[in-house]
Design a binder for this molecule. Structure first.
Ligand SMILES: [Zn+2]
Length: 276
């Protein structure tokens, strides 16, 4: 089935008539880079020679291998769904100004560094709580880390985008079915769902999110869920219940997400207090 959802877009590329110092006039191509620049690919014939003809361990062979790896990491980053705004959002650029933010940074960094283990266990991570604490920054940092260091297929998207893609599948000419979207979203090594609970969810929208969460749960695939809502119900000063992630996606879905030692980063004082 052709992929039409665009969760993982391919880098833009352009072919042009160029010049190689070894092979003379050749077709060259330039490829969109994660930093939005365009970079010219090495000459195809040079690359072939480096990979297939030059002896292993030679400088030419190593260079050709490095080109191949750089291209694959770049494709994964371009296709990760990290927007240009968050391209520089790594752990190194996260400014932790409170103990809770430092704790959040450490948890996200630890999750990424031990991703191999968490991947095996299908262990999730929940980033919950107040707006403006850099949750999307940290989530983007996780995606970059697991792509660069673990060569994982990792994608960040929003709950709203997932719902839009599902709705589009119902159009007669969409070319894909709901099942295709589920298969695609459950195929990624890591899926980050941002902005969960940002808008009132209809039964259909919640059903879609449940299905994605459940399928990844069944397949033991780790999911990072990001929400401005606190994980567990809280009350305001008058004892009135405030919206929570549990209330939004339902206790059963939250239980699935938290199973098997899921990590929770709460940006609110309440959840920080509950942390061990
Ligand atoms: Zn060449």
């Amino acid at each position: 089935m052709a992929q039409r959802s665009n969760f993982r877009r391919q880098p833009e590329q352009r072919t042009f008539a160029g010049e190689c110092s070894v092979h003379g006039a050749v077709d060259l191509s330039e490829v969109e880079q994660f930093d939005c620049s365009m970079a010219v690919r090495p000459c195809k014939q040079c690359q072939f020679h480096g990979l297939r003809v030059s002896p292993q361990g030679s400088e030419e062979h190593s260079q050709a291998l490095a080109n191949l790896q750089a291209e694959s990491v770049n494709s994964a980053l371009v296709g990760s769904g990290i927007t240009p705004r968050f391209a520089d959002s790594t752990f190194a650029t996260y400014r932790a100004t409170t103990p809770a933010m430092t704790q959040a940074l450490e948890t996200c960094q630890g999750y990424s560094e031990n991703f191999g283990e968490h991947f095996q266990a299908g262990r999730n991570l929940l980033l919950c709580g107040n707006v403006g604490n850099g949750k999307t920054h940290l989530a983007s940092g996780i995606v970059q880390h697991v792509i660069r260091q673990h060569r994982a297929v990792a994608v960040i998207t929003t709950a709203a985008e997932i719902i839009r893609v599902f709705k589009r599948s119902m159009a007669r000419d969409s070319g894909y079915t709901e099942g295709d979207v589920i298969d695609e979203l459950s195929g990624f090594d890591l899926l980050v769902i941002d902005e969960v609970g940002a808008q009132a969810g209809t039964a259909y929208e919640l059903g879609v999110l449940h299905e994605v969460i459940d399928k990844r749960y069944q397949l033991l695939k780790p999911t990072v869920l990001v929400s401005n809502l606190p994980a567990k119900p809280t009350t305001d000063v008058d004892g009135k219940p405030l919206p929570s992630l549990e209330q939004y996606i339902g206790a059963r879905a939250l239980d699935r997400l938290r199973e098997n030692g899921a990590l929770l980063v709460g940006f609110t004082w309440e959840s920080a207090r509950g942390r061990k």
